[in-house]
Write a protein that binds this ligand. Structure first.
Ligand code: AMP
Length: 286
């Protein structure tokens, strides 16, 4: 029996990517990321590896999805460390292009998803989902993977990308994977690195608020307002937390709900600022 030691190839250009993908074994699974990789990304890579004959990760901090230039500038980056993680995870290929390779001179198209992209993150971060949908459409077209893996942590993002892929007839199947958390419940995020130690200690309040909302639902509460208030009350107990939104929404449309209906999915979700750092989390119910 022969074993082949897997190696990870790093691709910088569209031409290198096209050549590398020409004859890879299928199915091909892709994990799109913005780098500063953590256990959440690792879990996506593991799922992709389990499903696929070939796994590719992308590392690209997409300027078009940042609605604040300062947020883009300070987004954490460490490519050497990220590539070491991709090697550890036995990812076969990494596409890590420069901005000009993704958006060549003269690029002038925006992919703008409709209703599901408007509330929550769409309302709080104008242009964000246009940037996400545009870059993911480009990556899906360049890579033509059989499946793409995204985190449930960014629940609305998954819904926006599903809608985009369906509407643009892109055959890549979009798979949502569970949120990976620290032991204290904080969802892993590249942005956690910006938290001061006091903010880091305060940050699990997002999870506690979501679980308080879920507990109300499990106790039989069906009023959207009562569940929103239960979450807001938990957030109000943490002085370092400044809520941006507290949402109880339809799990398919993300429209805010007056009343939850048994058997129909709902999504509890939050965005909360700690100083300059904005964190999001969610809890699907029903
Ligand atoms: P990002 O690099 O932040 O753009 O994230 C790349 C992918 O990893 C997205 O699909 C995210 O939803 C996913 N992701 C980020 N954090 C987590 C987490 N804590 N658990 C699972 N997936 C995550």
């Amino acid at each position: 029996m022969t074993t082949t030691r897997s190696t990870t190839r790093v691709l910088r250009t569209r031409a290198e990517l096209r050549a590398a993908l020409a004859d890879v074994p299928r199915p091909l699974g892709v994990v799109p990321t913005m780098g500063w990789l953590h256990d959440g990304h690792r879990s996506l890579m593991q799922r992709a590896r389990a499903d696929s004959a070939t796994t590719i990760a992308t590392i690209f901090v997409n300027p078009r999805q940042f609605n604040e230039a300062a947020d883009y500038q300070r987004y954490p980056r460490n490519e050497a460390r990220d590539l070491a993680i991709c090697r550890d995870q036995a990812v076969d290929l990494v596409f890590a292009p420069e901005v000009e390779e993704v958006y060549p001179a003269g690029f002038d198209t925006v992919v703008s998803v409709g209703a599901v992209a408007r509330p929550l993150e769409g309302a709080a971060r104008p242009g964000h989902f246009d940037g996400v949908a545009t870059v993911v459409a480009i990556l899906f077209n360049l890579i033509a993977a059989d499946r793409a893996y995204f985190g449930q942590k960014d629940a609305q993002q998954v819904m926006v990308i599903r809608q985009m892929a369906r509407d643009l007839a892109i055959p890549t199947e979009v798979i949502a994977c569970p949120t990976i958390r620290e032991a204290d419940g904080l969802a892993l995020s590249s942005r956690n690195v910006h938290l001061s130690s006091a903010e880091r200690q305060a940050a699990p309040v997002l999870r506690r608020a979501l679980l308080a909302g879920r507990a109300r639902w499990e106790a039989g509460e069906r009023s959207g307002d009562v569940i929103r208030d239960a979450m807001s009350e938990v957030l109000a107990s943490e002085p370092l937390a400044t809520p941006a939104y507290v949402s109880v929404a339809d799990g398919r449309t993300l429209a805010e709900l007056d009343a939850l209906v048994d058997g129909e999915p709902a999504l509890l979700s939050l965005a909360v600022r700690f100083g300059a750092t904005r964190l999001i989390d969610n809890e699907p119910i029903g």
